[in-house]
Ligand binder design. Structure first.
Ligand code: ADP
Ligand code: ZN
Ligand code: ZN
Length: 796
């Protein structure tokens, strides 16, 4: 009898303890660690997914007081080959020590989504004999499950190369289509009379007049340029025709890629490159101003690694995974590249994952979760924009990609490179102490491109009666650039941050019924939305509080600013990029490529426009409100502000034309803003470190945040104190526990939230303390209690 140790995915009862199951006899010699199984669990014997993490002897089982005949049998072995390899399983053990989440959530995080959901097995006969013996002469056959004898037979055939297996999602994967509009009736277009007041319609008419009949656009592209209603108007008039075309997304990336040649590295780049390829003693911090050629260094390091017969992982923030970035890699490395992109469907991600697991990819370019790909023989791991918060997962398991990268680099003896123009203070402090090796690029790589001039506009002195969002200086500058046919990027910090409605008579502002937060106004859907729980409701005509009908719209979300700007500059073609316009798959890419192709004068967006854009014709970057991030109740507020302003300023003057940056602010004397103006990272680092030291914040101290949530506020408080004493019982006086205090937004999703913060420099008992807290949440009486443990939290 063969007995497997299995970690079972039971949502209601999480534990790291493996359970013992008997392996079906036919499969005894075929099962292996790292395979997934279905096992009967609990009294009801419901089938649950689990992972085989080991095998154990009969004696051991009996010694633990279990009777062999009581053991249940594995219902189905799901995999033909392990989906997790030895490195990944060891990594999961290591992660468990620092990320306080159950092992099962860690194992699942390492797999593509498809393998954690329901799917069919597709068996393909690679041998005609197999097709006739087992598949009734079909090439392919679908199974939702296989019995043990058939499974064993197929596993053997697969090992002989006569059968291959893959999975397809059970939720039917629909064919992906996109809506396109084509210009089908030019004569009709010219015949239309449009009122002079309908500025957007007129603008679109003019735009279309210059286009040939038969031209095709993505619908979203035109909608972003002229609004949905205006596009509908032209469809309704028979000028444009709307239709669906099929798209294959992963293929998109490999099309229309211009060939790209290796650049000759300048002296600083060369020094960095040489250091990275010669020594793997410690990780590298590649600190280089925007446009200094960091990416070129990454590309050449990867080329070197591939030449040496090894592989590389290139992590970029999700938002930078645009065709612009990925195409630079594909242009150099062609079919050797696998891309892990959130825009891919589960099936497509699984295909990329299989390509990697099969050893067919040499370079993986992807966002955070790509750090787990089963790539063998890794020679380099590179994390671009290492300061980005998106590298930290904000649900379980709450890992930081940087930490995982370090473990994997150690395992493979690979070089680890962290790149940024504005490194996180944690990373920079480590470089300062010699834990990382600091490499610097101080010049823009493109000789002609100069670091842009940055001006601060003190909004206390530049109030403008004509505009709520723009100073006159900013407006004049935008107009000047547009008239010169140059392009402008405008950033509004945070999406719709203050679009809300208020009763003019009683001051009533509608709040979310589940969360202590006012609802955000969305003009495109004409709804009030909660950004925390997703609640939506209609806009009331009369005040629910005083019945007055003086409901007014307030604030300057991106939509509002767009309207205002369009009003002031009817001629200008504005593209808006924010969470609302990029909800649809691929919309983000389409907006950027449309801007890149010169189809708009102004790109207006939230911080998502700050990263990675490289448009040579952009000569003005305007920041509409530099201050919003400063006001957040988060000790990293200044760091975030400095990083964001530096990033966005880096979008200007990337080529021959020199760039200008205008920053509107009410705090022109704040060091984060002043030092962003002079691109002075070093000074910022010094100033901010002094502040962190004084207040005992990271990187001087480590932090762990615990958030305790329950639907009853009294219980939340009581449990918070219970957890506090549990922590104090373990921790030495080298650690401090602050709280409990209510979270800044004290209630969301109908749950109250209280927070405890542990600050420490060295604390041997931290793991014990936190594991005890985890155990506490498993008690039956605490069923409705939620405790979130976040080590080194990125958001407060
Ligand atoms: P970063 O990643 O630091 O923002 P990039 O690698 O994107 O910088 O480089 C900025 C621009 O300079 C790109 O257009 C790139 O092609 C160009 N570039 C980079 N290195 C060189 C070089 N050694 N010689 C000429 N141009 C370069
Ligand atoms: Zn009212
Ligand atoms: Zn809500």
């Amino acid at each position: 009898m063969k007995i497997a140790k299995i970690i079972v995915d039971v949502p209601s009862m999480q534990t790291d303890k493996p359970f013992s199951y008997v392996v079906p006899e036919a499969l005894e010699t075929l099962v292996a660690i790292g395979m997934r199984v279905h096992v009967p669990f609990g009294r009801g014997n419901r089938l649950m997914q689990g992972f085989i993490v080991g095998f154990e002897s009969q004696e051991l089982v009996e010694n633990q007081g279990n009777r062999l005949q009581d053991l249940k049998v594995i219902a189905e072995v799901l995999d033909f080959e392990p989906v997790l390899n030895a490195e990944q399983l060891a990594l999961a053990d290591k992660m468990r020590e620092t990320v306080f989440a159950y092992k099962i959530s860690i194992l699942k995080a390492m797999l593509p989504n498809l393998l954690n959901s329901s799917y069919d097995k597709v068996l393909t006969a690679l041998d005609p004999q197999v097709a006739s013996d087992y598949f009734e002469n079909a090439d392919e056959i679908h199974f939702s499950s296989l019995d043990e004898v058939m499974q064993a037979t197929m596993m053997k055939l697969q090992r002989e190369g006569k059968v291959s297996v893959r999975y397809v999602a059970q939720s039917k994967e629909t064919i992906k289509t996109k809506k396109v509009v084509s210009l089908t009736n030019h004569a009709q277009l010219l015949a239309l009379t449009i009122s002079a007041r309908a500025k957007k319609k007129l603008a679109m008419q003019t735009f279309l007049q210059h286009e040939p009949e038969g031209k095709v656009w993505d619908n979203t592209e035109l909608v972003a340029l002229f609004s949905r209603d205006v596009v509908k108007f032209f469809i309704g008039n028979g000028v444009l025709t709307l239709s669906d075309v099929e798209v294959s997304r992963s293929q998109d990336y490999f099309e229309n890629i211009e060939t790209d040649t290796q650049k000759t590295l300048n002296a600083e780049q060369k020094a960095a490159y040489e250091a990275i390829i010669t020594s793997q003693d410690k990780p590298f911090l590649l600190e280089g101003v925007t446009g200094s050629g960091k990416t070129e260094v990454y590309l050449q390091v990867i080329a070197h690694v591939i030449d040496a017969g090894k592989t590389a992982i290139m992590l970029v923030p999700e938002i930078s995974l645009t065709p612009m970035m990925t195409s630079r890699f594909i242009a150099r490395f062609g079919e050797n590249v696998a891309i892990m992109h959130s825009g891919l469907s589960d099936g497509e991600k699984y295909d990329e994952w299989r390509k990697i697991a099969a050893g067919k990819a040499k370079v993986v370019v992807g966002a955070r979760s790509a750090i787990f790909v089963p790539l063998a023989n890794i020679g380099a791991i590179i994390i671009d924009e290492e300061h980005e918060t998106s590298y930290k997962q904000d649900s379980n398991p709450r890992y930081h990609a940087r930490d995982i990268a370090l473990l994997r680099a150690q395992y493979h003896g690979a070089a680890l490179v962290l790149g940024s123009a504005t490194p996180s203070l944690e990373t920079r402090a480590r470089a300062q102490q010699g834990v990382y090796q600091l490499l610097r690029l101080t010049q823009r790589a493109n000789q002609a491109a100069q670091i842009p001039e940055v001006r601060l506009l003190d909004m206390r002195k530049h109030l403008n009666d004509k505009s709520a969002s723009f100073s006159q200086v900013m407006l004049d500058k935008i107009a000047e650039k547009v008239s010169k046919k140059e392009q402008v990027v405008l950033m509004l910090n945070r999406r719709g941050y203050s679009s809300f409605i208020m009763c003019r008579d009683c001051g009533f502002v509608p709040e979310c019924p589940n969360c202590d937060i006012s609802l955000t106004l969305h003009m495109d859907t004409k709804t009030l939305n909660c950004h925390y729980c997703g609640h939506t409701q209609g806009i009331p005509y009369t005040c629910p509080n005083c019945q007055s009908n003086k409901i007014r719209y307030y604030g300057s979300g991106t939509q509002k600013v767009e309207e205002e700007l369009q009003e002031l500059m009817p001629e200008a073609r504005i593209l808006r990029m924010d969470v609302d316009t990029t909800k649809k798959k691929g919309a983000h890419e389409r907006i950027l490529s449309s801007f890149g192709a010169g189809q708009a004068d102004i790109l207006l967006g939230t911080q998502m426009i700050a990263k990675g854009l490289d448009f040579p014709n952009v000569t003005l970057v305007g920041v509409i409100n530099a201050d919003t991030a400063l006001n957040l109740p988060d000790f990293r507020a200044s760091e975030r502000t400095f990083q964001l302003l530096t990033q966005v300023a880096g979008r200007a003057g990337r080529a021959e034309k020199s760039g200008e940056v205008l920053i509107q602010t009410f705090n022109p004397d704040h060091y984060a803003i002043k030092l962003a103006q002079t691109h002075d990272y070093e000074q910022f680092y010094q100033t901010e470190m002094a502040f962190r030291r004084k207040l005992a914040y990271p990187p001087y101290y480590f932090t762990v945040q615990l958030v305790i949530s329950h639907k009853n506020e009294e219980i939340t408080v009581k449990k918070s104190y219970e957890i506090l004493s549990l922590l104090q019982a373990h921790l030495t006086d080298k650690a401090r526990v602050l709280g409990p205090i209510a979270k800044p937004i004290a209630r969301t999703h109908n749950l109250y939230h209280y927070q405890l913060l542990i600050k420490y420099r060295f604390e041997d008992h931290l793991a014990d303390a936190l594991n005890d807290v985890l155990d506490l949440t498993q008690l039956r009486e605490n069923k409705e209690l939620r405790v979130m443990i976040d080590s080194e939290p990125q958001n407060f």
